[in-house]
Design a protein around this ligand. Structure first.
Ligand SMILES: [Zn+2]
Length: 259
């Protein structure tokens, strides 16, 4: 069984002391690839260092996270642009809109999101989207740009069936993580109506651990609990979930034609 963790912050300081074991446990669970979303310049060095240490299995993205969009966002974006010109990245992410913590840079968040989507299109890279308290607005931005060439993932999807269907109609994928295992989650019901063709798996480690690890640090080997839950929802084997979601992830990150 082969699984891909499409979104994990394995370079996070919280995991640093145990990272070799974390990678080892994930490999034993069948995880063959780890996609590392960028946040901002502060965390970039540790992300690139981890990628360098595990070049065949860890793949870095580049981008400015919406919660890191502040008054200096122009400088931060310039850095992203230069970095994208200097080497190949797996994706531009995580980018998007986050109106949960702070709306004071709302306008700047839009500017940064638009700009980075445009770079993704000109570089033919997928985007990995972070959206919190902003699903309608985020979908609108993607729709404005979608000309058939934009592809990517709505990471940590945890919204209603309508949003899921709009995302699928835009040719995008739902990144499903630990929240699908939570007792009160409505996601299992929503996912009954979404074909596996539009789903990829993620952990978002060290955040959002699945049941039975809530309250602990999340790590990539726990992706098995997400896959298992999805297998129950779809009433198929975990192997089928692994095969299909792995194919989907390879299609997104390795530039095969969508659809
Ligand atoms: Zn993330």
């Amino acid at each position: 069984m082969e699984l891909i963790d499409t979104h994990c912050h394995l370079y996070d300081q919280a995991l640093a002391g145990d990272i070799e074991n974390i990678i080892q446990r994930a490999a034993s669970a069948g995880v063959t690839r780890f996609y590392l979303p960028a946040i901002d310049r502060q965390s970039e060095a540790s992300m690139l260092e981890l990628e360098k240490r595990y070049p065949d299995i860890c793949f870095a993205m580049q981008g400015l996270h919406p919660s890191s969009v502040k008054s200096d966002f122009n400088d931060a974006l310039q850095h992203v642009e230069q970095s994208l010109a200097g080497r190949q990245f797996a994706a531009i992410g995580e980018i998007g809109l986050d109106f949960y913590w702070d709306r004071s840079f709302e306008k700047e968040q839009y500017l940064a999101f638009h700009q980075q989507v445009e770079w993704a299109m000109s570089l033919d890279l997928p985007i990995v989207i972070h959206s919190r308290n902003s699903m309608e607005q985020t979908i609108r931005v993607v729709r404005e740009h979608q000309n058939g060439n934009l592809r990517g993932i709505f990471h940590c999807f945890n919204e209603d069936e309508n949003s899921a269907k709009e995302i699928v109609a835009l040719g995008f994928y739902l990144g499903i993580g630990g929240t699908v295992t939570y007792k009160k989650s409505k996601l299992p019901e929503v996912l009954k109506y979404i074909a596996l063709d539009h789903i990829v798996l993620e952990t978002d480690a060290p955040y959002l651990p699945p049941v039975p690890y809530r309250g602990k640090l999340n790590e990539s080997s726990y992706i098995v609990y997400v896959a298992q839950k999805l297998a129950e929802i779809k009433d198929i084997s975990i192997e089928e979930i692994a095969d299909k979601t792995t194919d989907n992830a390879m299609r997104i990150f390795h530039n095969q034609q969508v659809g």
